[in-house]
Ligand binder design. Structure first.
Ligand SMILES: *Cc1c(COP(=O)(O)O)cnc(C)c1O
Length: 409
């Protein structure tokens, strides 16, 4: 199949927009991705024709939406090759999925235990563990990265012991854009019965995810980074762990019965997994949007997207490498993200000047202050691509960046 980039770009209305007469060049896809027409159109269609709550009533509209949500659960389970749709739990984003796991899994942990994360995690995979470790007094161990930026397996082996209960690490770094050796790490963890959590926020739209092959216990991501609206997250939980997972947030929508006698609650029966983990009214329209986004990706083909993005990232790297003033962080084996700085310049100055030319990149600490400290910097310029990033986008970016560098000399 020929990857028709021009046709794909037409599917994303925002790419046609101009600001101050300048075509938008959106290179901040690691923060959030733009939405295809079909996702945008169906959101309105839903509000106009189908809007209602789910899982709470027997009337027609509610049934239509309840069924739709379950269809989308199946679609997502197939997309990441889960064994069963019951392994898919809807949350509000990656951050909520990680907080869920941090609070839920640590209920059975005591102060002699330890949990392992890495130094290059997003704050969302650091702070929840840290805050709970302060309460329970378990040890939070942080593993190093090697010179090229990959999680250091030797350091992991050193830090694992019989009291290690959980390893929670990122699949693709949101700063360095490189893929960690998660299969190796999970193999090591399995031998010692340690639960594994993979933060797939940056991986989900750029590589093929097969949770059965990865063999992790949990895999999490946000819908809005995979062309869906904001407001949905996914928490994949391997079936055998569903029973050990404690309810983290509770309330309406998850109760089968309450035994109450004379104003005293004796006990509560919850409904089954995974629904018992989804208390509160779901973000229905966003879940529907996530279904539409996955349909769209499936139509183009994730393999085709991967092949195309490989070419674009290589093309960008080659151009950037030839600019002597550019410092690129981490191994050059980038998947979707390139973080860089311009020698003797602050990232905000570069970001501001690029913005004046209609080019949008992320600047600052990337929600990863520990990584910044590791490299002795306060911030970084991060360029991140998506399925619609064109060579023309990159050419303009490089042209403008060179102009900025020459101006500053
Ligand atoms: C974006 C991101 C998160 C947080 O995602 P939210 O949608 O903001 O909750 C967590 N981890 C990584 C690696 C990310 O890139």
């Amino acid at each position: 199949m020929i990857y028709n980039i021009n046709k794909i770009r037409l599917d994303f209305p925002i790419l046609k927009k101009r600001i101050n007469k300048k075509r938008i060049i959106y290179l901040d896809n690691a923060s959030t991705s733009q939405k295809p027409k079909i996702v945008i159109k169906n959101q309105t269609k839903f509000y106009k024709n189908y809007y209602s709550s789910v899982n709470r009533s027997i009337y027609t509209l509610s049934n239509i939406n309840s069924n739709k949500i379950e269809e989308i659960r199946i679609k997502i389970s197939k997309f990441i090759n889960a064994k069963s749709p019951e392994e898919i739990i809807f949350t509000n984003n990656s951050t909520e999925s990680l907080n869920f796991l941090a609070y839920s899994l640590t209920k059975n942990i005591n102060k002699n235990d330890n949990i392992i994360i890495s130094i290059i995690e997003h704050h969302s995979n650091i702070i929840p563990w840290y805050l709970i470790s302060k309460k329970i007094n378990y040890k939070l161990k942080i593993i190093k990265i090697n010179k090229k930026g990959f999680i250091n397996i030797n350091d992991l082996k050193k830090k694992i012991n019989k009291n290690t209960k959980i390893i929670s690490i990122t699949h693709i770094s949101n700063v360095l854009g490189i893929k960690n050796p998660i299969k190796k790490i999970i193999k090591i963890a399995k031998k010692k019965n340690i639960l594994t959590i993979i933060d797939g926020s940056q991986a989900i739209s750029h590589i093929k995810i097969n949770v059965q092959k990865i063999n992790c216990d949990f895999y999490i991501f946000s819908g809005h980074k995979i062309y869906a609206p904001t407001g949905t997250g996914i928490l994949y939980c391997k079936k055998k762990n569903l029973n050990n997972l404690n309810i983290w947030k509770s309330g309406g929508g998850i109760i089968a019965n309450i035994n109450i006698k004379k104003y005293k609650i004796n006990n509560i029966q919850f409904i089954n997994s995974p629904w018992k983990f989804e208390s509160g009214t779901l973000n229905i329209e966003s879940i529907i949007g996530l279904g539409d986004a996955i349909n769209y990706i499936n139509k183009i083909g994730i393999k085709n997207i991967i092949n195309y993005e490989k070419k674009i990232i290589k093309y960008t790297l080659n151009k950037l490498k030839n600019i002597p003033e550019i410092i690129i962080y981490g191994s050059k084996k980038k998947i979707s993200i390139i973080s860089f700085n311009v020698k003797n310049n602050h990232c905000y100055d570069i970001g501001m000047l690029l913005n004046q030319n209609g080019i949008f990149i992320r600047t600052g600490n990337q929600c990863a202050i520990p990584t910044m400290k590791l490299y002795n910097i306060s911030g970084i310029c991060r360029l991140s691509i998506a399925m619609y990033t064109s060579k023309k986008d990159i050419n303009t970016f490089i042209y403008v960046l060179k102009k900025i560098i020459n101006l500053k000399k």
